[in-house]
Every structure is written in C-alpha cells, then in structure tokens.
Design a protein around this ligand. Structure first.
Ligand code: SAM
Length: 221
C-alpha cells in the first residue's frame, strides 16, 4: 500500500493527511473509499498522476468539474500552491463537505462553487474532471471555460472506440482537439486508467454553454 509521502510532494502531505482523516469519518463525504490507506492510491495518487503533464504542473487557474468528495481538485490544490482551484459542484451537501475539507487542509487556494458546470462562467487555463460524464459531455462542459491554448484533462477508465470517436466529434464542434491519451497506473492493480488531454484551438460557438442538462440529454455526438 502506498503512503502519502510516496505519491504527493512534501508540502502537500500534511494537508492531504488531514483531508483523508476527515473523509474517513465524515458521513457526507461522497465516496465509498474511506479508509485513508486505500484512499491514498484510489484518490490522491490517481489525482496526482496528472502532475506528469506539463499543462497540469504549470496551470494557475484550475476548474475541477463535478468535484464530489474533491478529487482530483483538492489533491491538485495541495500539490500546486501557486495555482487557484475552483471546485464546481451542483449538490449543496457535497459543497458543505468540500468547505470542511478545504478548512481542515488549510488550503487558501481553493474556492468551492455551488453551481452546475453549465452555469459557471469563470476563465481557466486548465479544466479537470473525474467520474463525471462521457467524453462528448465533458468537452462541451469544458470548452466555454477555456481560452484558446487552454487545456481540459479528463480522468477516465476504459473508453470505448465509440465514446472516443464521439468525444473527438464533439470536441471539434466546441473548439477543442485531442492532444494525448496517457495511460497511468496510480496504484498496484489499477486497470485502464487514462488521462484524456484536449487543447482549445478555436473559439467556442456562442450557443455554448447550452441550457443546464442539455449536454447530457442531447449530447453533441
Ligand atoms: C461521481 S461524482 C465524482 C466526484 C469526483 N470527481 C470523483 O472522481 O471522486 C460526480 C459529481 O458531479 C456532480 N455533478 C454532476 N453533474 C454536475 C453538473 N452539471 N454540474 C456540477 N456538478 C455536477 C455530482 O453532484 C457529483 O458530486
């Protein structure tokens, strides 16, 4: 089993240890992985695999969409103190938990936003999401929040060829293009973990973001 010291930079170990303790004991934490030892791999290491990507390591304004219990957003905030991280979460109960996590982790660089992604209008150089939606929905959510040159990184399990093709088609509609699919192994036995990286290469048409719920109800592809 991995320890926090094995997967996180030294300055992030204490804040993340306190957050994992909270997650283990707070019944409103939105996860089934509560044991801190297990959560090191399943949440923290999984989140921090993305630090190997220069566009993540150098990001300064990060929006994490559908944060739930806070992964990957909280881990990135702890690891990247020069970045600011906005955790965008539609469920108020999860937002209240996230506020407590930010407090125990003493993370001064995090803002919890109670909103649907489609209603958030911040500008970010990096947008992240894990376990939120299929690729066509994710790229539609991310594109309006990015300037040209900004990046979206999606943490995905196995992606079918159909989902990958639909993701590429939707990405072209909203001004993104796929630049890499990076296999990662955050912990022993992890299977089919990939980081899907998209870059914004053209303006997103003005009709985006669509009304809340439309991206999932009527996906672009
Ligand atoms: C399965 S959880 C994933 C949480 C976390 N990213 C993780 O990987 O552990 C998805 C979260 O996204 C939130 N969510 C779903 N649709 C959303 C939307 N349109 N805007 C904001 N949050 C959303 C849900 O409330 C839930 O907390």
């Amino acid at each position: 089993m991995k320890h926090l010291e094995d997967v996180a930079p030294a300055h992030a170990v204490e804040p993340l240890a306190r957050i994992l303790e909270l997650q283990a004991t707070d019944p409103t934490a939105s996860t089934t992985v509560r044991d801190p030892g297990e959560a090191v791999g399943r949440h923290v290491a999984d989140s921090l695999t993305a630090l190997a990507l220069p566009v993540v390591a150098s990001a300064r304004r990060i929006a994490d969409l559908g944060s739930g219990a806070g992964w990957p957003g909280l881990a990135l905030a702890a690891a990247l103190p020069d970045a600011h991280v906005w955790l965008i979460e539609s469920a108020i109960r999860h937002c209240r938990y996230l506020e407590r996590a930010v407090e125990v982790g003493e993370l001064a660089n995090v803002t919890v936003v109670h909103a649907r992604v489609e209603e958030w209008s911040g500008e970010h150089d990096l947008v992240t999401a894990r376990a939120l939606a299929a690729l066509p929905v994710l790229v539609e959510y991310a594109a309006p929040l990015l300037p040209i040159g900004g990046h979206f990184v999606g943490w995905k399990g196995a992606v079918s060829p159909e989902e990958a093709a639909a993701g590429a088609k939707a990405a072209a509609i909203v001004g993104l293009e796929s630049t890499a699919v990076v296999p990662v192994v955050p912990y022993a036995g992890a299977r089919d973990h990939t980081l899907h990286v998209f870059r914004k290469v053209a303006e997103t048409p003005e009709r985006f973001p669509r009304r809340a719920g439309m991206a999932t109800k009527r996906p672009l592809a």
